[in-house]
Design a protein around this ligand. Structure first.
Ligand SMILES: Cc1ncc(COP(=O)(O)O)c(C=O)c1O
Length: 430
């Protein structure tokens, strides 16, 4: 491995200001998504199967059942309930707990809006919690237990896992439940245990940008047999899979109706795609993780810049977005400026993280009549809450998508060179 980046010794004009880019525009980047070898035949077989949905009459084994089995074996857990989106996974995971209307659920301030909006959709109130500036995840000692939360949703953020075992023991002492939002962490491991399997329930998204994708999709995993049955009903209009074998033309779902559900079912095309894509996930992890380590080393040589890294107990990384943190911003420049400059140098998209949720324009519960009472409580609870670490990362990090890491070491050298060039740029270089 080369340990030296090709950084020029004197400051060069940035590409964003008309200078030469670090990477020639004709050198492309790995595409995303990358169809697995069996993807096309799996999709074609659904097309001609006479069965595109789990709620249609029986006509042989469902890809949805196959994916549930494959994914629960992959993460090492007893039950997997596939759903149509990661957001739905969070909604039914929360609903399965049978909490009371208006109960409080801790949610990180730095995450995609769905983590918090799912809480509201489940009739509960999210209480935003600051994250660690080192990991971007909530920590056990940062949980506001004084508000009396019934649960916490722990997000594994970008590439880094939260210390879920520590959070579970803190919440256990108060009778609170831990749900893992592993939408960004398929295959990540903490001391050999998969993200999503350490808390009571784990939720995944298989939307287009995720490391495992079926276009849209999601799943809840759990070792709790009772919750698994409830989750099935919650995602299929109060129906579960029947225990006996359906004959052709009969339905596989039966109306058990112990709770009121909705339709969050995964369709057969996405399920077939997911079965195929799962076969390439670990191979891609290896490539991304090797490149992530190379980039981390290269960036050690750039003053004031770090690649957010895992704690020693995280034994496997799942890179969703790579957060490059500029602890020192060039004078007069924001991380959004740096992201634009890096995009121009490299020809691949870099972008700042989303703003913390307390000022996200996407979190608008008061606009829905059903959520208005919860929105009032949310506003009261957040009048005086501040999230300095979430603000710090939102203002100093620059992200790039995991597909940027599916190439080789030369790509990492280009990124490190561009980061060094942009970090050193001042005055007329822009
Ligand atoms: C942390 C997190 N939670 C939840 C979701 C929601 O997943 P979906 O878009 O599949 O509904 C996402 C999607 O980006 C996410 O990143």
């Amino acid at each position: 491995m080369s340990t030296l980046s090709r950084t020029a010794s004197r400051p060069a004009r940035l590409a964003v200001a008309g200078g030469n880019p670090v990477r020639p525009p004709d050198r492309g980047w790995p595409a995303w998504p990358q169809p697995a070898p069996e993807a096309a035949s799996a999709l074609t077989s659904v097309l001609h199967s006479g069965r595109w949905a789990i709620s249609s009459p029986h006509a042989g084994e469902l890809y949805e059942r196959r994916f549930a089995r494959m994914f629960r074996e992959y993460v090492g857990v007893a039950h997997c309930v596939p759903v149509d989106h990661g957001s739905s996974a969070l909604v039914i995971a929360l609903e399965s707990l049978g909490l009371d209307y208006g109960d409080l659920v801790l949610v990180p301030a730095l995450t995609w809006v769905a983590t918090a909006s799912a809480v509201l959709r489940a009739g509960l109130v999210p209480v935003l919690t600051d994250v660690s500036a080192q990991t971007g995840c909530v920590e056990a000692d940062g949980l506001d237990l004084d508000v009396g939360p019934r649960a916490v949703i722990v997000v594994h953020w970008s590439s880094v896992m939260a210390d879920v075992p520590a959070i579970v023991s803190t919440m256990d002492s108060r009778g609170g439940v831990v749900i893992e939002d592993a939408a960004q962490a398929h295959g990540a491991q903490w001391l050999g245990r998969h993200a999503g399997t350490i808390g009571r329930l784990g939720c995944f998204s298989m939307q287009h940008g995720k490391v495992l994708t079926g276009g849209e999709g999601g799943a809840v995993v759990t070792d709790d047999e009772h919750l698994a049955g409830v989750l099935e009903e919650l995602r299929a209009d109060s129906r579960r899979y029947r225990s006996d074998q359906a004959r052709p033309g009969e339905l596989d779902l039966t109306e058990t109706a112990t709770v009121m559900g909705a339709n969050f079912c995964l369709d057969e095309f996405s399920a077939a795609l997911l079965c195929a894509q799962l076969g390439t996930l670990d191979e891609q992890h290896e490539i991304r993780n090797r490149n992530y380590a190379i980039l981390g080393k290269l960036l050690d040589a750039v003053p004031g810049v770090r690649l957010l890294g895992p704690r020693p107990d995280q034994t496997r990384l799942s890179v969703y977005e790579a957060p490059i943190v500029f602890d020192t911003l060039p004078e007069g420049r924001s991380n959004a400026d740096l992201a634009r400059a890096l995009t121009a140098e490299l020809g691949v998209r870099f972008y700042p993280p989303r703003e913390p949720l307390d000022r996200s324009q996407l979190l608008r519960p008061a606009t829905k009549p059903a959520l208005a009472p919860l929105a009032r409580r949310f506003n009261e609870l957040h009048r005086d809450r501040r999230f300095p670490n979430a603000e710090l990362l939102a203002g100093h990090a620059v992200l790039t998508h995991h597909s940027t890491f599916l190439g080789d070491e030369e790509d990492m050298v280009d990124i490190a060179d561009a980061v060094a060039k942009v970090a050193a740029a001042a005055g007329d270089a822009w």
